[in-house]
Design a protein around this ligand. Structure first.
Ligand code: EPU
Length: 452
């Protein structure tokens, strides 16, 4: 298995472009099932989850081509198969987002229940509740969800998608995609407001759907008979951008981030600035602007300089559904705050068990005290490199950040988790001055390799 070897203590400086968003791309790709015409997606990041989704769509009758880097052309040529099997959905929970499109277009779907993952139970009751409100019958058989639409067509309805932890992002994507082809009007109340939902609605509308209100808690969909193929560019990845902001800050560095979706990162900028990180967007002429987002610049594709040159202040963070602070950046901010001067508090309200990084950061000298969904971070002056292991994507990113700042050598084991969400992170960080090398863990001394 691959591992990263990081020599910490180097200041990062340079320019990086933020890639297209994995979490936007996955439901957009599933939407290829809503039409038999070709869908061209641009700025698709070359990640393992994307490859898994291509394989899943292939099993569901979609052909794919990659005519150039970052471009993916999908076409549902054979609409006879509607079974998303366990061995693919198990490796990628986002496989669940084929459920709504399959059901809406083919009148039936059989999708394996994804099961839990390292960050929590990950139920899908809200997805199912939404599809039942559109007239589907849903039952479980052999670990699969079997959903059928009466007379092969869903019917618009009123759906409440709020749950104990807020709304559901992929559930909203599923119900909205299904409602796009349903008969009549659907109102989704307590819809997820995440930018990835907005990107999906934007693309579906360009395909001929009639969706209003995406980005707000109430989405209204007037169903249409057919959707057409189009060409769509995926929004930039707000979580990758936030991770790179933390990389600049934790190394007391200065990074110029291009294609940065600042408009989707207000809660993150707010917390970083409160901690003392400097953020300066560039105007259309490339000059630093006094506006958080300069006039005339696409707010989802800003060029911003993120820099820090001193010890950070402690802050309080509570993760919340968008536009609140994203759970997908909680672990990275925790790494940063281990080096702030004083006590920070992080409360996780979306996935209350998402703290796999806590024990590993502690091995690097961080002082962390967890009580239920809250962690107190008592800032230390330095982190010390160590062999560490994480078992989920964002926790791995947090350990890489800690390794960049730590004294000495950090070995981050099992970086396949990181590879699910960050393309060639080691090359990107090395291009701005970090010392990060990917190695096969067979090359490492046994005591540095994570045990099973
Ligand atoms: N929930 C339910 N019932 C449901 C669905 C969700 O109770 O039917 C709960 C979840 O257990 C959780 C909360 O609602 O407590 C939010 O879950 P959500 O459904 O919004 O998560 P998701 O759509 O499965 C996406 C991202 C995650 C991200 C979450 C929250 C993708 C592919 N995944 O998951 O991204 O953490 O939204 O923003 O879009 C990641 O990229 O590392 C990642 C895990």
């Amino acid at each position: 298995m691959d591992a990263f070897v990081i020599e910490g203590g180097r200041r990062l400086e340079g320019r990086l472009r933020v890639n297209g968003a994995k979490n936007a791309a996955l439901p957009l790709m599933a939407a290829a099932l809503l039409t038999d015409q070709p869908l061209t997606l641009r700025d698709i990041p070359p990640l393992a989850d994307i490859r898994n989704m291509v394989a899943l769509l292939g099993e569901l009758g979609c052909s794919h081509e990659a005519p150039e880097d970052g471009v993916l052309r999908l076409q549902a040529r054979d609409e006879s198969k509607s079974h998303a099997r366990y061995d693919i959905v198990r490796t990628m929970r986002a496989g669940i987002c084929v459920l709504g499109p399959l059901l809406a277009r083919r009148g039936e779907a059989r999708v394996s229940l994804p099961g839990g993952c390292a960050i929590g139970d990950r139920p899908i009751d809200l997805h199912l509740r939404g599809l039942v409100a559109l007239g589907a019958t849903v039952f479980l058989k052999g670990g699969d969800i079997i959903a059928k639409a009466p007379r092969r067509r869903l019917k618009g309805g009123r759906v409440f998608l709020g749950g104990a932890f807020g709304s559901t992002v992929l559930g909203t994507a599923n119900v909205m995609s299904a409602a796009a082809l349903a008969d009549g009007q659907t109102i989704i109340e307590s819809a997820a407001c995440e930018p990835e939902v907005v990107d999906l609605a934007t693309m579906l509308n360009a395909m001929g759907a009639n969706i209003r209100g995406a980005g707000s808690p109430r989405i209204i969909v007037e169903g249409v008979r057919d959707l057409r193929g189009i060409d769509h560019t995926v929004i930039p990845d707000r979580i990758e951008a936030g991770t790179l902001m933390c990389a600049a800050a934790i190394t007391n560095g200065s990074l110029l981030l291009e294609n940065c979706p600042l408009d989707a990162l207000m809660a993150v900028s707010d917390r970083l600035e409160a901690a003392g990180v400097q953020m300066k967007a560039l105007d259309r002429n490339g000059n630093p602007s006094s506006d958080p987002i300069p006039a005339g610049v696409d707010p989802m594709r800003v060029t911003v300089r993120v820099a820090s040159e001193r010890v950070l202040r402690p802050v309080e963070i509570t993760t919340q559904p968008h536009p609140g602070f994203p759970t997908d950046l909680q672990a990275q901010l925790m790494a940063l705050l281990t080096l702030a001067e004083g006590n920070s508090v992080i409360t996780e309200k979306i996935f209350p068990e998402r703290f796999l990084h806590v024990a590993e950061l502690s091995r690097m000298g961080a002082r962390l005290f967890r009580q239920g969904p809250t962690v107190i971070i008592s800032g230390v002056r330095r982190l010390v490199g160590a062999p560490v292991m994480a078992s989920d994507l964002r926790a791995s990113a947090s350990l890489v950040l800690a390794g960049l700042a730590a004294e000495g050598t950090t070995i981050v084991n099992r970086v396949y988790h990181l590879d699910r969400g960050y393309h060639k992170m080691e090359d990107r960080l090395a291009s701005v001055g970090a010392s990060v090398k990917r190695v096969d863990d067979k090359e490492l001394a046994p005591q540095l390799v994570a045990a099973e």
